[in-house]
Design a protein around this ligand. Structure first.
Ligand SMILES: Cc1cc2nc3c(=O)[nH]c(=O)nc-3n(C[C@H](O)[C@H](O)[C@H](O)COP(=O)(O)OP(=O)(O)OC[C@H]3O[C@@H](n4cnc5c(N)ncnc54)[C@H](O)[C@@H]3O)c2cc1C
Length: 324
């Protein structure tokens, strides 16, 4: 059974709908309008207040209800989504942000539905009647465009690649759909570690100030925090910094860390290894500060500053403060 809908799975972090969710609502509406489909937001385990907020932006909100969905767990989320598809019919497209949860549960459901799944998309469009995407492959060396012929087509989308739509205004309706979950999913959560307390969420930040091994010591990261503060940004780090135990893994940007697409990315003392660049190469403007003029990071930068980050950053902070 099919349904003529496009679903965006909403994400809630720190009690709020994420910026990526808003971006995807805009993308889904555009795709839906182009093929006369119904765009809908899907809330798995969120609260009524979030459903109502979504209903102001999209005509239909499907709220999946079960007390076992209050906190994220991949097997339960996959189960819930699968059941909704069975109850309601197969939508043309299901999309969510390519965050750590999206890339975990979406392929599980795609596999169960015998459907195509594409991860880390940077654009979505129609190829004839098939939904299609553009996404980096081979470690970001090339981009591929692929269309998915199965229904539904599953996509996870890199945060920040679509703008936040300004004029979404709706009086949408909320449908609450109860579902059953298995008692035992075979998984037992031992501990949950969230974003480091007091830190901004990297994937959502409009400005990221990132530091690498070139920052020299863990104490020097206080400088980055100051720069991030004056720019209202978040601090990110390279893997070398995490491996050295200087900063926690939830701040890592790159292939084995987070993918970010801020308006401004400032890379300080980062060499620009492909594994790092993969996590930030869709940032709108990249500024690199490195004392080696041949550092690879300059190839991915819009503006480069050759110099000692420990000297340049305080000057930057002073200059920004004098302008604000
Ligand atoms: C499977 C795999 C996955 C990986 N995933 C990731 C990932 O997710 N994220 C990630 O970041 N890496 C990842 N890596 C590691 C990656 O390949 C690099 O080793 C790492 O990014 C290097 O970190 P870095 O640039 O901080 O350190 P380095 O490569 O040591 O570079 C330090 C830079 O700082 C500059 N510098 C030194 N002192 C100063 C100063 N005072 N002022 C200014 N500049 C200075 C140097 O010129 C140099 O360019 C992965 C590797 C593998 C194999």
């Amino acid at each position: 059974m099919m349904c003529n809908e496009i679903w965006v799975i909403a994400e809630i972090r720190q009690g709020r709908l994420t910026r990526s969710t808003h971006q995807l609502l805009g993308a889904a509406r555009k795709l839906a309008d182009e093929r006369n489909l119904q765009p809908a937001a899907l809330l798995i385990g969120g609260e009524q207040v979030h459903a109502e907020e979504l209903a102001q932006k999209i005509p239909l909100v499907l709220r999946i209800e079960n007390s076992g969905l209050e906190t994220y767990e991949a097997v339960r989320y996959a189960h819930a989504l699968r059941q909704l598809i069975e109850k309601r019919g197969r939508p043309k497209v299901i999309m969510t942000a390519a965050g750590s949860s999206g890339v975990e549960f979406m392929p599980r459901v795609a596999m169960r539905c015998d459907s195509g799944y594409a991860s880390y998309c940077v654009d979505l469009f129609w190829e004839g009647e098939e939904p299609a995407c553009r996404r980096p492959v081979y470690g970001g060396k090339v981009y591929e465009e692929l269309a998915i012929s199965t229904v539904p087509a599953f996509f996870t989308v890199r945060p920040g690649v679509f703008p936040v739509p300004e004029n979404l205004s709706e009086t949408g309706r909320v449908e609450t759909i109860p579902i059953d979950l298995p008692e035992d999913t075979g998984l037992r959560i031992i501990e949950r570690k969230g974003i480091s307390p007091g830190k901004k969420d990297l994937s959502e930040a409009l400005c990221v100030v990132a530091g690498g091994r070139g920052m020299g010591t863990p104490e020097n990261f206080k400088l980055l925090e100051k720069l991030a503060e004056v720019l209202d940004g978040a601090v990110g780090v390279s893997r070398a910094v995490v491996d050295a135990g200087w900063m926690p893994h939830d701040l890592q940007v790159g292939k084995s860390g987070k993918t970010v697409s801020p308006g401004l990315y400032i890379a300080c003392g980062i060499s620009g290894a492909i594994h790092h660049v993969l996590g930030m190469n869709t940032a709108k403007v990249v500024v690199a500060i490195n004392k080696d003029p041949d550092a690879l990071i300059f190839r991915n930068a819009d503006y480069g500053l050759v110099g000692d980050a420990l000297e340049v950053i305080p000057e930057l902070i002073k200059a920004i403060k004098s302008k604000t």
